[in-house]
Design a binder for this molecule. Structure first.
Ligand code: PGA
Length: 242
């Protein structure tokens, strides 16, 4: 399977910074050797799509489950698709924990992404307390379990395992921890377990290789280190080189 190298810019890189990033990142892109996806802020989706090489997929960080309606501040999967998004990040831990997104909402958003023909990239992961309490298995089974019915109707989807304690903290799971968690995700996915499962949480150019090539890891979802085109380019090259 081609490795997936995805970058989540969070609330960074407005439309002009997105174009600047892409002009400097383009040299790292080798058609077809890895699957590259970028998740810019919604306002930068259109300019990122125009500036990106065709081989780079662009996705929304956040969508609402309705097509349209009185939902001030929200955007629909269809609108994201109209400006060139082909993927949608769903259930990122910052959405779950800072904005109170529930498992039920995550499932509705997965259905909305599929309706709009966007590839859902569903994020799951445990809090440190949950890991310490030996609840990793139960948390992943619950988070994955709420979306499997919806995912069964998708022609393409990915799951990103992102332990919450490793996001933006500089602390990463060991490759062994990532492998173990990815196996739990696959078993919760059941017959859908052949889908790519990415690892996310403080991935950087120095640790990307060990994580990317750990058993059962199909790619990485990179936050902070995806903001720098050179560093992110290095992670892409690591994926190509393996
Ligand atoms: P990080 O973020 O790489 O900055 O830890 C990962 C993510 O939130 O997807």
């Amino acid at each position: 399977m081609r490795k997936v190298i995805a970058g989540n810019w969070k609330m960074h890189h407005g439309p002009s910074a997105a174009v600047d990033f892409l002009s400097r990142f383009r040299p790292a892109v080798q058609e077809g050797s890895v699957r590259i996806a970028l998740f810019p802020p919604a306002l930068s989706l259109a300019s990122a799509r125009r500036a990106a090489a065709a081989a780079i997929e662009i996705g929304a960080q956040h969508i609402h489950w309705e097509r349209s309606g009185a939902f001030t501040g929200e955007l629909s999967a269809e609108m994201a698709g109209e400006v060139g998004a082909t993927l949608a990040l769903i259930g990122h831990s910052e959405r779950r924990h800072l904005f109170g997104e529930t498992d039920a909402e995550v499932a509705r958003k997965v259905r909305a992404a599929i309706r709009a023909e966007l590839t859902p990239v569903v994020c799951v992961g445990e809090l440190l307390e949950e890991r310490r309490a030996g609840r990793l298995d139960e948390v992943l089974a619950r988070q994955v379990g709420t979306v499997t019915e919806a995912l069964a109707t998708a022609s393409d989807f990915m799951v990103a395992y992102e332990p919450v304690w490793a996001i933006g903290t500089g602390e990463t799971a060991t490759p062994e921890d990532a492998t173990a968690a990815h196996r739990l995700v696959r078993s919760a996915l059941g017959e859908l377990g052949g889908a790519p499962v990415l690892y996310g949480g403080s991935v950087n150019p120095a640790n990307a290789g060990a994580l990317l090539f750990a058993p059962d890891v199909d790619g990485v979802l990179v936050g902070g280190a995806s903001l720098d085109p050179i560093g992110f380019g290095n992670i892409v090259e690591t994926g190509v080189g393996g």
